[in-house]
Design a protein around this ligand. Structure first.
Ligand code: ADP
Ligand code: MG
Length: 216
């Protein structure tokens, strides 16, 4: 499959869509963080993504510039654990995009995987520790599988978002062993992880941006 999946226009509508969803779900994300953290995840993410959104009208020619700008903005404005983690995701996406103006399905899957590997390296977390990686990593596996089986980028990303939702729900019975939630020990069990919730929105909005670009 070599059809273009992502270009600067679609990536911009992804980032705008993510900013919009984070704004809509700000209270929910904060409530999730109130249960096992410090009640700021929605506030943090909304501050960062609204800062990113205000820059979107100035559209660069290539993907790397857009993603680098996004990553740097998130690092400087989100704060908490999630700022550097989401920032790293977008900086790795920028590096993986090289000088491309478009990415095809496999290229997009490779770039997103590089972003998730960046989160893993930065946060030193693995699957099953009740973090955003529990939504992201199963989604990357589903994405690779869907791309390999010849699905369109939009269809493949829909499958990835579905896997992210399943992974997000699977954080409920998990014991947190990384981040602030780990301070709670056993009391972290029984709650959905806020970062798994926001990162599911990240992939859902990418699926939506790709879907509206190919009319599916
Ligand atoms: P803080 O915990 O500093 O208040 P946020 O509330 O914005 O930051 O973000 C919390 C989320 O960050 C958690 O729900 C979790 O998904 C994610 N997180 C925390 N530590 C890590 C880590 N080491 N690796 C991956 N994700 C992490
Ligand atoms: Mg917090």
């Amino acid at each position: 499959m070599s059809e273009a999946a992502l270009n600067v226009e679609i990536a911009s509508s992804w980032l705008q869509g993510f900013a919009d969803r984070v704004a809509e779900e700000k209270d929910w994300l904060t409530e999730l963080d109130a249960a096992i953290g410090d009640a700021d995840h929605g506030i943090n993410m909304n501050r960062g993504m609204s800062a990113v959104a205000t820059e979107l009208s100035d559209r660069p020619a290539d993907l790397a510039t857009l993603f680098k700008r996004t990553g740097m903005k998130l690092v400087s404005s989100v704060g908490g654990a999630s700022g550097p983690l989401y920032g790293t995701f977008f900086l790795r996406l920028a590096a993986a995009s090289g000088d491309a103006t478009t990415l095809d399905g496999p290229g997009l899957a490779t770039a997103l995987r590089a972003g998730c590997d960046g989160i893993k390296a930065r946060g030193k977390a693995e699957l099953g520790e009740k973090t955003m990686l529990d939504a992201l990593l199963p989604a990357m596996d589903a994405l690779d599988e869907a791309v390999a089986s010849g699905q369109s980028p939009a269809e493949a990303m829909k499958a990835a978002a579905e896997a992210a939702r399943t992974g997000r729900e699977a954080t409920i019975p998990m014991l947190a062993t990384k981040g602030r939630a780990s301070y709670l020990g056993e009391r972290s069990i029984g709650h959905l992880d806020p970062g798994a919730a926001s990162s599911t929105l990240l992939l859902e909005t990418l699926a939506a941006a790709l879907g509206s670009s190919d009319g599916s």
